[in-house]
Design a protein. Structure first.
Length: 386
């Protein structure tokens, strides 16, 4: 879907400033931990009761159903010293059957200008960096869930992180009147672009970059807004009404982490296959073919599972949000890259299978010739007998 052209609509009336922005900074971290998980119930994790993820179905937003509902836990909140003083940090951990863990960190904020939120990128507390705490938490969860994993990873790779700035709606001007979220964006697009790109000086950004960073935005009601960029997003919505949108962004971030993980697996498999075919292999052809066959099956299963976790029913607005964030993450390009590598692996499999068949046929032909020669020798020897 083509990005909306922001210039076609001009904000109505003079610019009216917002004196205070409240909301939450949401940090999404996705980790690939295994090829798959056993479909067994997990009663507890990290001392917390495991529950099924769900959202509030009573709100007035468009209704939809989730095809896949992950299991989750809510960890006890932590008290930390953030950029603007003490904050209460909330933590949620989800694990999905595709062998992935997603950790969501929520940090409240109250600032006077959107630019003040730049400090919440790569968040650091007085006792350390948030990403280090999250990685330690993921390691603890991975160890505890190890018995449910199929083909677990040896160690955690680099996490896939995404930041979402959730601003409470409605935005209120200095005169106390609510603002249209879309009009507000058109008046403050450079500030929003600086926030999404983590640029502390908005004057450093070109107009082209500001247009590009804020080019993919969606609005359903007059007071809501979702601006989606590569590294961060800005959501303006009523408090407590953002869970569905956050879940869509969380799934897209998780898909990106899983696609990167399988891309690494394919790269290693292709390198090993090239080595086996070009040199004298240390493994038998049967072992090589068995490994290639397993990878083909694994990737087919992975593709099916990864597609299933983002099936939505009955909500076109959420589908549009997913479509735009998937375009920002280039998920389609990742899928095509993996498909091409899988085709290459399949060609190697066919080449090896053909080579193996040729050797069998050669062995069979040599055996037939030997049997014919032996039969001929026996016949000649029989004729020479008196």
């Amino acid at each position: 879907m083509a990005a909306p052209i922001l210039e076609i609509r001009k904000p109505g009336g003079p610019s009216r400033g917002v004196t205070r922005y409240t909301g939450r900074a949401i940090y999404l971290y996705a980790f690939d931990v295994a090829y798959d998980m056993l479909r067994e119930p997990v009663p507890q994790l990290l001392g917390q009761t495991v529950a099924e993820f769900s959202v509030d179905a009573s709100k007035r937003n468009p209704r939809h159903l989730f095809f896949n509902k992950p299991r989750m836990i809510r960890l006890p909140p932590m008290e930390r010293i953030g950029p603007n003083g003490p904050v209460r940090v909330e933590r949620t951990l989800k694990f999905l059957p595709v062998g992935a863990i997603s950790i969501m960190i929520s940090v409240p904020f109250q600032v006077q200008a959107i630019g003040d939120l730049v400090a919440y990128h790569d968040l650091e507390f007085s006792n350390g960096v948030l990403s280090a705490e999250v990685r330690q938490l993921a390691e603890e969860a991975r160890r505890e869930l190890a018995r449910y994993f199929l083909k677990p990873v040896q160690q955690l790779a680099e996490e896939e992180a995404y930041t979402v700035f959730c601003v409470d709606a409605p935005l209120v001007a200095e005169d106390g009147q609510p603002l249209s979220a879309e009009d507000w964006l058109l008046q403050h697009r450079r500030e929003v672009a600086a926030l999404l790109t983590q640029e502390p000086d908005i004057h450093q950004l070109s107009r082209q970059e500001a247009d590009e960073s804020t080019g993919r935005y969606l609005s359903y009601y007059e007071n809501d807004l979702a601006v989606l960029d590569w590294d961060a997003a800005l959501i303006v919505h009523e408090p407590g009404q953002m869970d569905e949108i956050l879940y869509v962004l969380e799934l897209a971030n998780l898909q990106l982490a899983e696609l990167e993980a399988y891309d690494r697996i394919l790269d290693a498999s292709l390198e090993r296959s090239y080595r086996d075919l070009n040199e004298r292999p240390r493994r038998s052809s049967g072992e090589i073919m068995r490994q290639l066959r397993e990878i083909r099956i694994d990737l087919a299963h992975f593709s099916d599972e990864l597609s299933n976790i983002t099936k939505f029913f009955g909500d076109w607005h959420l589908a549009r949000i997913y479509e735009n964030i998937a375009a920002r993450f280039h998920l389609g390009d990742w899928h095509r890259t993996i498909d091409e590598k899988l085709k290459t692996l399949n060609n190697l499999y066919q080449l090896l299978a053909q080579d193996r068949t040729n050797r069998y046929m050669l062995t069979l032909e040599v055996t037939i010739v030997l049997l014919f020669v032996i039969d001929l020798i026996v016949l000649i020897m029989g004729l020479k007998r008196p």
